[in-house]
Design a protein around this ligand. Structure first.
Ligand code: SPV
Ligand code: MG
Length: 669
């Protein structure tokens, strides 16, 4: 990419300033002339080839640019007829040097860095406009229709926005415009604006408006303009900018966008809480305090503040930043709603969203992939449930019984109304669903080796913490081995129920013969399990079947205390009633004697209760124990019936997931 700067004008309205030098050499701040500022800006976006058209004092200008000693190569094109022609003729004279995409700008334009950044990163040819600036009487305006610029000039007033003479011209559009300019010059039409030529060929040019809003970009036509610009330049660093970050690794793309944001004004970073990150992304490898240190020490970052939730609302209303900066990658996908909310809040007080193109860096994807792999290693995965329980009042888990159901639990996420993103925290490997998938009854018939195989399949493709349904735990002598195997595989928690003999699924209750173990007997199993485990982060949860077997609340409470005393890291209380009354009674009563031990519930029967209600009474883990199984298999039965009924698969296709989507469910390494 090259730049073309037009400096052939006389600048007569600048009086003394242009008596002995070109206008672009006018000093606009303590350290800068217009041209010096422009060149530095161009260099910092990677433009080192510049064409400058000159007019009066051309030698002085050339000399001056040499003295600047900047890392830029400049071709000077002298418009010897600068007295009687307009810049259309200067451009014409420069045409043969314009052999690349071109940033075209007037030599008296002063702008902040972000404006040029937005222009050079535009995928299309574009011109700078501002919908926030009042429509000027005498200056350039652009007629915009369907996001395309149709006309540029001072004489238009319908469907216009204020426009500034800074363009990005992609080669194709540049050539079309230059051909027309050549035609103009050939017939002696050299005293008009170059834009007059553009207006004749605008339908063939893909010139889009790039709306900079309140970002600073202004021409200096007269002494009064010079005063205004000098004042604005002093004010720019006082503006405030807000960005939000969830990253625990910082790559060059982050640094680049932070630099751009810091150039706009004083930058505050809103750092997402660990809880917010783990809810919408993955568990952060670096926790808040460490991330705080990391971001506070980055160049350009003025302050770091907590952002508790994914929605920016609270922080924007609190800090009222002049600008919010973000990559443009959130225009689509799950963050779309959050972006919309940001725009609406900013509009309410005159703030502005600035979106720079998202740097989709392959290196970053690679780091993310390797972090994901690391997150799935047994040691890291195992400890994550305890960390989540410290972070969140309520953790949710959904059943998985195979690699693909594991992926569904891992990757399903939804956008919430309040601007959040929600996903499951953990997965439950249910004995009922694991047995059902193997076509067997839920009576501890599927042996541990086979259950471990299921865990392995799931572990191979997912990273979320696993809660394993250990049924009765089997004989104590066997349970101790199970504990160690589960730990080794990276399972976070095993739940064992206080039943013995031939176990039947709890949802049968007393409709089938089931025997609850004596307290002492089960206590002994818990103690043995706790003694056997090798790591601190593995959890054994004792499941109380007293309500299922209609032994009453007191029995349940007595058992809970005994099991926790024996070392249980959590308790699960189960019920098969559709009303949650007995569960609520138990949790409320138990919380009075023990405020800390995590309580787990499985609301299959009492499914009308919202998570928020469980959280309020003191439940810590809600397990949705069988919903994928109970929805998946009926769908398969319907498919089978449809093929039988129709003697072909066409009708069945309507209820089938398209192949493309199936493939999308399974990420490739
Ligand atoms: C399971 O999912 O296997 C359970 C929960 O143990 S329940 O089916 O409700 O007993
Ligand atoms: Mg079970």
């Amino acid at each position: 990419m090259k730049a073309l700067i037009l400096n052939s004008g006389l600048g007569t309205r600048m009086n003394n300033y242009t008596k002995d030098k070109p206008k672009c050499m006018t000093v606009i701040s303590d350290e800068e002339t217009i041209l010096y500022r422009q060149l530095k800006s161009l260099i910092s976006v990677g433009i080192n080839d510049v064409v400058i058209t000159t007019g009066p004092f051309s030698e002085k200008l050339e000399e001056y640019t040499k003295e600047l000693g900047l890392n830029v190569s400049i071709d000077f094109i002298w418009n010897e007829r600068y007295q009687e022609t307009n810049y259309v003729y200067s451009i014409y004279k420069a045409i043969e040097k314009l052999d690349d995409d071109i940033v075209l700008l007037h030599g008296d334009l002063v702008f902040e860095q972000a404006v040029l950044e937005l222009v050079v990163s535009s995928p299309n040819s574009c011109m700078v406009v501002s919908s926030k600036v009042p429509i000027p009487e005498k200056d350039f305006k652009a007629v915009v229709k369907h996001d395309k610029i149709e006309k540029i000039g001072v004489e238009f007033f319908d469907s216009v926005v204020a426009a500034q003479p800074m363009y990005l011209l992609k080669k194709n559009d540049l050539n079309i415009w230059m051909e027309k300019i050549t035609e103009y010059i050939n017939v002696g039409n050299d005293q008009c604006y170059a834009e007059n030529a553009f207006n004749e060929i605008s339908s063939k040019c893909e010139l889009h408006p790039i709306d900079i809003g309140n970002l600073f970009c202004q021409e200096i036509d007269c002494e009064e303009d010079l005063k205004v610009v000098a004042k604005r330049l002093k004010e720019l660093p006082l503006r405030t900018v807000y960005m939000s970050f969830s990253s625990d690794i910082i790559h060059s793309g982050h640094i680049a966008i932070i630099n751009k944001a810091a150039q706009i004004g004083k930058l505050t970073i809103g750092l997402l809480s660990d809880k917010a990150i783990s809810t919408y992304k993955r568990f952060p490898l670096l926790q808040y305090d460490e991330r705080y240190m990391l971001f506070s020490n980055l160049k350009g970052v003025e302050s770091v503040v907590p952002q508790k939730v994914l929605s920016y609302k609270d922080n924007i209303l609190k800090y009222k930043p002049d600008f919010v900066v973000h990559g443009d990658d959130w225009k689509e996908g799950l963050q779309k709603g959050i972006r919309q909310e940001v725009i609406e809040i900013l509009n309410s007080y005159g703030g502005q969203l600035v979106e720079f193109p998202y740097a989709d860096d392959e290196k970053y994807h690679e780091i993310e992939r390797s972090m994901k792999k690391e997150q799935s290693t047994p040691d890291i995965r195992r400890g994550r449930l305890k960390k989540l329980l410290n972070l969140k009042k309520l953790v949710t888990a959904l059943e998985a019984h195979s690699g693909i159901t594991g992926l569904i639990v891992e990757n399903t996420a939804i956008e919430e109304d309040g601007g959040g993103i929600k996903q499951f925290d953990a997965m439950w490997i249910s004995s009922l669903c694991d047995s059902t998938a193997k076509g067997k009854p839920d009576i501890e018939l599927v042996d541990m080796t086979s259950r471990f195989r299921t865990i392995d399949d799931i572990c191979e493709v997912t990273t979320k913490p696993i809660i394993f349904d250990g049924d009765t735990g089997g004989l104590t002598e066997h349970f101790v081995y199970t504990v160690r195997s589960l730990e080794r595989m990276g399972v976070s928690m095993v739940i064992i129920e206080d039943k013995k003999g031939l176990k039947k699924n709890s949802l049968f209750g007393n409709d089938v013969p089931q025997t609850q173990a004596a307290i002492e007997e089960f206590v002994q199993k818990i103690e043995a399990g706790k003694k056997a485990q090798r790591t601190d982060d593995f959890m054994i949860c004792a499941r109380i079947e007293s309500l299922i077997l209609e032994k009453g609340l007191d029995d349940a409470l007595k058992r809970a205390s005994a099991y926790v005393e024996a070392g249980a890291d959590a308790i699960m209380i189960h019920s098969r009633k559709s009303e949650p009354t007995e569960i609520v009674e138990f949790v409320t009563a138990y919380r009075k004697i023990d405020a800390d031990t995590p309580i787990v519930v499985v609301p299959t029967s009492f499914n009308s209760v919202y998570e928020e209600e469980f959280e309020k009474i003191g439940v810590n883990i809600v397990i949705y124990a069988n919903q994928l199984t109970r929805t998946g298999f009926p769908a398969m039965q319907n498919a089978a019936k449809s093929i039988l009924e129709n003697h072909r698969a066409k009708e069945c296709d309507e209820i089938c997931m398209p192949f493309k989507e199936i493939i999308r469910l399974i990420p490739e390494e």
